[in-house]
Design a protein around this ligand. Structure first.
Ligand SMILES: [Zn+2]
Length: 132
């Protein structure tokens, strides 16, 4: 359970924001930062973000809902959200676990995700939903 990253304590209600600040989210993180990872699937390898998990009811949009854009591809199961002004990916509804959002750890206020050190790499190229 990760309750602190660098000098920043992870709050039970921690805010997250895009780069320009139009989009502000409140994340419910009673267990701190869970399952931080990187992923090498076609979209994650391009955005390069370190992602962690939160339950679907664990994200509240405090402001900027109108600035969030939805991007979908392939099976159109996952929902990828990004700020339409600054282009920063904030969160996505996961395909491998649709009851969870992944969120951009770098958007958590005060958090430098690189202070986590080594983060596991998910094998997104061989996604379970693509194995028929
Ligand atoms: Zn923005």
């Amino acid at each position: 359970m990760i309750k602190q990253i660098g000098k920043t304590p992870i709050l039970e209600k921690h805010t997250a924001s895009c780069h320009c600040g139009k989009v502000v989210l409140e994340l419910s993180l009673p267990n701190g930062v869970e399952k931080p990872r990187r992923c090498d699937c076609s979209i994650c390898r391009r955005k390069g973000a370190i992602v962690a998990s939160v339950k679907l009811d664990g994200i509240r949009i405090l402001q900027g809902e109108e600035s969030l854009k939805l991007y979908q591809f392939n099976t159109h199961t996952a929902k990828h959200y990004f700020c339409s002004h600054c282009g920063i990916y904030t969160h996505h509804q996961r395909r491998s676990a649709p009851d969870e959002y992944g969120y951009n750890l770098g958007c958590l206020d005060g958090v430098n995700p690189y202070e986590l050190g080594d983060v596991p790499l998910m094998d997104g190229v061989n996604h379970p939903a693509d194995q028929q």
